[in-house]
Design a protein around this ligand. Structure first.
Ligand code: PBG
Length: 323
């Protein structure tokens, strides 16, 4: 077995390869700030003002990155997330800015209510219950407003039953038949999201998300979730988180052969950064190894906060420093 492991031969036999096109870079855009604001629990990551977003996309595109997913932090929150579908809402404005300067950037928008509601939940709330069917038309409106602003792909992340169908019908009814849906299909009620909740100001005021996000103990249930979303019209399906859910990525890809994305979430990023700060490991190499593992498990696309540093690494060496 060792014959093919020589430095000169190894690259010829790589099964999974990480390429810059595989990476989707998350961007937090905040309507309330005029300068970038570092996110304490995500070292190296900042919220950006709307005016800085197109420039950041431009810099990332110079490194070869092509796709971006936007999360908005609005100035106004209410019970029904009305600023999420405002024509001049934070994401809608950011999309227009990006498209004006970089028409070839692939712009994906996260479609959810939690950043826009006072209670911080991903749906309409009544008597501390998150109502499923009442939430669906709101998600449709948000998706249409993102499409009107110029988004290429909408990504519903709220784990409401029927959300993909509701969004597909709403988009089609408004003539946006070409806008693709990337569904957060198998999204677990995970503790790995806590840094994101600081980043996107989307913490909740009561309860938790376990009545809509999946139970971490379940694997087969993910296949049912994904199957439903495919039937409802999802073009790309997502597994989230990624690192502790490689088995799910593998099972989903094997069974459905769909374009499959995996979300290397905030807590996965923060763990690497914390250990790197302590000097306990090489953060870049670890990030690379994690992302390769996610690809090897079957993901076609990876949403990751490491996107820029890995793109830089790939553009310097073509691969990770001779691993
Ligand atoms: C919103 C949303 C969350 C994430 C992406 N979209 C948070 C949540 O569900 O609580 C998490 C992403 C991350 O942790 O990086 N519904």
């Amino acid at each position: 077995m060792r014959r093919l492991r020589k430095d000169s031969l190894r690259p010829l036999f790589r099964e999974a390869k990480l390429e810059v096109e595989d990476l989707i870079m998350p961007i937090f855009v905040d309507e309330n700030i005029s300068k970038p604001m570092e996110i304490a629990s995500m070292p190296g990551y900042s919220r950006l003002p709307i005016a800085a977003v197109a420039n950041e996309v431009g810099k990332a595109m110079e490194l070869g990155l092509k796709a971006f997913i936007l999360f908005g932090i609005p100035s106004h929150k209410d019970e029904v997330a009305s600023s999420a579908y405002d024509k001049d809402g934070v994401v809608q404005r950011a999309v227009r800015e990006i498209k004006k300067q970089h028409s070839d950037a692939v712009v994906i928008t996260d479609v959810c209510m939690c950043e826009y509601t006072t209670h911080g939940h991903c749906g309409i709330v009544k008597d501390q219950q998150i109502l499923n069917d009442e939430t669906l038309p709101v998600l449709g409106k948000i998706a249409v407003s993102h499409a009107e602003a110029g988004a290429d792909i909408v990504a519903p992340s709220g784990m409401m039953d029927g959300m993909v169908q509701a969004i597909r019908s709403a988009l089609d009814a408004e003539g946006f038949t070409d806008i693709a849906i990337m569904s957060y299909a198998a999204k677990y009620a995970s503790s790995f999201y806590s840094p994101f909740r600081e980043a996107a100001e989307s913490g909740y005021s009561f309860g938790d998300r376990r009545s809509y996000q999946m139970d971490i103990h379940n694997g087969s249930e993910a296949l049912r979730e994904v199957e439903l979303d495919i039937r409802e019209g999802a073009d790309i399906i997502m597994v989230k988180p990624a690192l502790a859910y490689l088995d799910i990525i593998w099972r989903v890809k094997e069974k459905f052969r769909m374009p499959t994305a995996a979300y290397n979430v905030s807590g996965e990023y923060s763990m690497v950064k914390a250990a790197e700060k302590m000097g306990w490991l090489d953060g870049k190499q670890i990030a690379y190894e994690i992302l390769v593992a996610i690809k090897r498990a079957g993901a076609d696309l990876i949403l990751t906060y490491h996107a820029k540093e890995i793109a830089e690494m790939l553009s310097e060496t073509g691969e990770a420093g001779g691993i």
